[in-house]
Write a protein that binds this ligand. Structure first.
Ligand code: SAM
Ligand code: SF4
Length: 387
């Protein structure tokens, strides 16, 4: 065994409610029916949840915070401020910490972005999905394309110069030209980052039970991906992960930390954490109770914890590859050693097979997936599964 060295630490905060549940979505998100969600009680519970996890990260610095959901932009700015103040009084924040808030354009109101900025948020991620109004309806979205563009303008006018737009492709009845038009429209809004996800029919969603008609087949979806990637590259957005594109220096620090097998605390309903415990030389995964009401009742006590699991050494190569091989620039063997606590020789055999098949390339320290390897990521990663 080598020495496990704790990697950079991030904080994920899950805010679970949405105005309406989208039929394709399998996130831990819940339509809030009637009245207003219990924002204050939820913030109190988040801080109790954090207090309970603190001994696991004593003395460490937080490099990024991500408010994900659900629809975090349902929360008023004073609630976000109370979370950030509470977290930064309990944990050391890096001075340049990236602090992202996911926003549904249907919840953007005038004045709200100024308040989020004052609260400490410095990056916004918008769930746009598409600019085609008929398709937005099929996706059950609560906003149209004009509202999406207006929300982006509001954020920009409030001083947000760092924002992401989420787009999906391979949508019902979408043509190649429509997918391209979405990307071009997104580029016009000049974000620093674009996430471009292929629509997947996730089990236990309305779309899985009753699939919409006109979903593009795999060949068309592949063409959409390639064409859109080229349009994005022409406009200065370099692909750095399967679905992520950014202007130079504007990659999402929070997501990059996940993909580099970094550490993260997860607070809130159903949030997942992964923490390297240097003193014990183990890696802990911890997840919280999933349902918001159950989590609210138990947060800060054993009842709020959904489970704890150690990542055994034999499983670490697979988990490491599952994350790092999503990245265009792969991983380093020194990074592998520090974050898994295993010597590089532990992966000699599967690495040699992957190189032989033309899926990976390596120099002295860096291992990078080839074009072919990126097309067959699942097969490459499977080579690193324990026997
Ligand atoms: C938590 S949501 C983002 C914020 C906000 N809830 C919203 O939808 O506007 C994260 C993103 O994941 C993507 N996503 C969700 N479900 C998906 C699916 N089934 N297939 C592909 N992408 C999906 C969407 O682009 C979505 O914006
Ligand atoms: S708004 Fe976002 S999180 Fe909520 S259901 Fe729709 S895609 Fe999922």
């Amino acid at each position: 065994m080598s020495m496990l060295i704790p990697p950079p630490l991030s904080l994920y905060v899950h805010l679970p409610w949405c105005v309406r549940k989208c039929p394709y979505c399998d996130f831990n998100s819940h339509e809030f029916k009637g009245g207003t969600p219990p924002f204050d009680a939820y913030v109190d519970a988040l801080l109790a949840d954090l207090d309970q996890d603190l001994p696991l990260v004593w003395g460490r610095t937080v490099h990024s915070v991500f408010f994900g959901g659900g629809t975090p932009s349902l929360f008023p700015a004073d609630a976000i401020e109370r979370i950030l103040q509470g977290a930064s009084s309990r944990l050391r924040f890096a001075p340049e910490a990236e602090i992202t808030l996911e926003t549904n354009p249907g919840t953007a109101e005038h004045g709200r972005f100024e308040d989020y900025r004052r609260a400490g948020v410095n990056r916004i991620s918008f769930g746009i999905q598409t600019f085609d109004d008929a398709t937005l309806k099929k996706l059950g979205r609560i906003h149209d394309s004009a509202q999406a563009a207006a929300a982006v303008d509001l954020a920009r006018n409030a001083g947000f110069d760092n924002f992401n737009l989420d787009l999906m492709y391979a949508l019902p009845d979408q043509t190649l030209a429509m997918a391209e038009a979405d990307v071009l429209r997104a580029i016009e809004l000049a974000p620093t980052h674009i996430s471009h996800y292929q629509l997947t029919l996730e089990p236990n969603t309305v779309f899985a039970a009753r699939p919409p008609t006109g979903i593009p087949d795999d060949d068309l979806a592949w063409d959409m991906q390639e064409r859109c990637q080229a349009l994005l590259a022409d406009a200065g957005y370099a692909q750095y992960e399967v679905s992520a594109y950014a202007r130079a220096g504007r990659q999402c620090a929070h997501n990059l930390n996940y993909w580099r097998f970094g550490d993260y605390l997860g607070i809130g309903a159903g949030a997942h954490g992964k923490l390297t415990l240097g003193s014990e030389q183990t890696i802990l995964r911890r997840w919280k109770s999933k349902h918001p009401i159950a989590w609210l009742a138990g947060a800060g006590t054993q009842a709020g914890i959904g489970g704890d699991e150690r990542i055994e050494p034999a499983r670490r190569p697979f988990e490491y590859m599952l994350n790092t091989l999503r990245l265009v620039d792969g991983f380093t063997l020194s990074g592998f050693e520090a974050t898994t606590g295993l010597p590089p020789s532990a992966i000699d055999a599967p690495l040699a097979i992957a190189i032989d098949r033309g899926w990976l390339q390596r120099d002295a320290d860096r291992v990078v997936p080839t074009e072919l390897g990126r097309r067959f990521t699942n097969d490459v990663v499977a080579l690193f599964l324990e026997d």
